[in-house]
Design a protein around this ligand. Structure first.
Ligand code: SAH
Ligand code: SF4
Length: 376
């Protein structure tokens, strides 16, 4: 059996462990504070614990169950991608992005993904397994420790926030296909007695699983919602995102509209631009009409959706026949949306040189589909 990993334990499970070790009850809270408030990297740094307890923690527990395999550094030190090996040997990736005023961690929620979007590296893996809350939380703690290490080294990054300010669940996997465990991770990160990350500092991205959107609408914590749209009509969307067959645009937009109306919060739509596929001006216009309530889908005709569009030039995958939209086409697409009154930005790119950009996370590189089919 593996030694227990502290990030995999809830506060009451740490309390149970301390009881089993014959420790006073308050030790559990001290450990919890060390893990999430002081962000200790190791039991040795938990200076308010007796030396014997620190030693026992070191001998009989681990901090987390992610074994760091490799860190790749790009964007002159400002983007750092970690690859971790899990207890069962599968690998996942996490990306830390450092900006002047914030530090964002892109967290994986599953190893692989079952959704099969044709433009995504993770989708090529299929679903390997769901991550546990502790495995998601541990990715954020890795980023916290990494930030501190970078600051201590006084390396290239001279000005940087001292702690993680934002978490985006946009790494490997579909968060809403692992909702309960993912939500437990959100609550742990949010805990004001612990890591204390504000709900508005967390963003979840979904491929458009309608039940998940409806559950999130009912949650008390107001975390941000991003939805991967990528096409203005069902026919095209179903070829790019097979899940659209199950949750077509009318259902997706109805759930999104309910979300914005019930929460008063704006959603972001992500739109990956693929040259010649979904980046024509007429498609931009169709998208704009859809979101302004003038399109073919959606019941509330004429009522604009409270939203924002984030255009993502596609990040290439090896052996794919898809192409990345040229910059002029991206700008033209944006112009159509803006002219129609839809707020629209182009995502600032990070991590291209180290395959850490959106949709490039694959742990170990999967065989390209062309090779798979050539064996048949
Ligand atoms: N499963 C969730 C979250 C992870 S993917 C989702 O699909 O929303 C995060 C974002 O990266 C999504 O918007 C996804 O469509 C986008 N993406 C996937 N592959 C990409 C690629 N190769 N280039 C650019 N963006 C990509
Ligand atoms: Fe899964 Fe998101 Fe990739 Fe689609 S884009 S395969 S949902 S990770």
């Amino acid at each position: 059996m593996q030694t227990p990993a502290l990030y995999n334990l809830t506060l009451s499970e740490i309390e149970a462990l301390m009881r089993a070790w014959g420790q006073p009850a308050f030790r559990a809270k001290q450990i919890y504070r060390q893990l999430y408030v002081n962000v200790a990297a190791d039991p040795a740094a938990m200076s308010d614990l007796p030396a014997a307890l620190r030693a026992r923690l070191r001998a009989e527990t681990r901090m987390g169950s992610l074994a760091l395999d490799q860190v790749q550094v790009g964007d002159e030190g400002l983007t750092r991608k970690a690859r971790f090996r899990l207890d069962d040997g599968t690998t996942i990736e996490t990306v830390l992005m450092i900006y002047l005023d914030r530090a964002t961690v892109c967290v994986s929620t599953q190893a692989g993904c079952a959704m099969g979007c044709v433009f995504c590296a993770t989708g090529r893996l299929g679903l390997l397994r769901n991550l546990t809350p502790g495995e998601m939380v541990a990715q954020v703690l890795w980023a916290s420790h990494e930030l501190r290490r970078v600051a201590d080294e006084g390396s290239a990054v001279s000005v940087q926030p001292s702690r993680v300010t934002n978490v985006v669940f946009m790494g490997m996997g579909e968060p809403f296909a692992n909702y309960d465990r993912w939500w437990a991770a959100v609550e742990r990160l949010h805990d004001p007695q612990g890591f204390n990350l504000g709900a508005r500092s967390m963003t979840v991205s979904t491929v458009g699983l309608v039940p998940g959107i409806r559950r999130l609408t009912a949650e008390a914590l107001p975390i941000n919602l991003a939805i991967s749209l990528h096409a203005p009509d069902d026919a095209l969307r179903s070829t790019l995102l097979p899940v659209n067959v199950r949750y077509p645009l009318a259902d997706l937009l109805a759930a999104t509209r309910d979300y914005t109306q019930q929460t008063g919060r704006r959603v972001s739509f992500e739109y990956v631009l693929l040259q010649g596929q979904n980046d024509h001006p007429h498609q931009a216009l169709a998208l704009a009409k859809l979101l302004r309530g003038h399109g073919a889908y959606g019941a509330d005709r004429g009522v604009p959706l409270l939203c924002h569009v984030n255009l993502i030039p596609w990040n290439p995958l090896p052996d794919s026949s898809l192409g990345r939209s040229e910059h002029e086409r991206v700008l033209a697409f944006q112009r159509v949306l803006l002219d129609y009154g839809v707020a629209c930005t182009i995502r600032v790119e990070r991590g291209m040189g180290i395959a850490a950009a959106c949709g490039q996370l694959a742990g170990v590189l999967p065989p390209p589909p062309s090779q798979l089919s050539s064996t048949s």
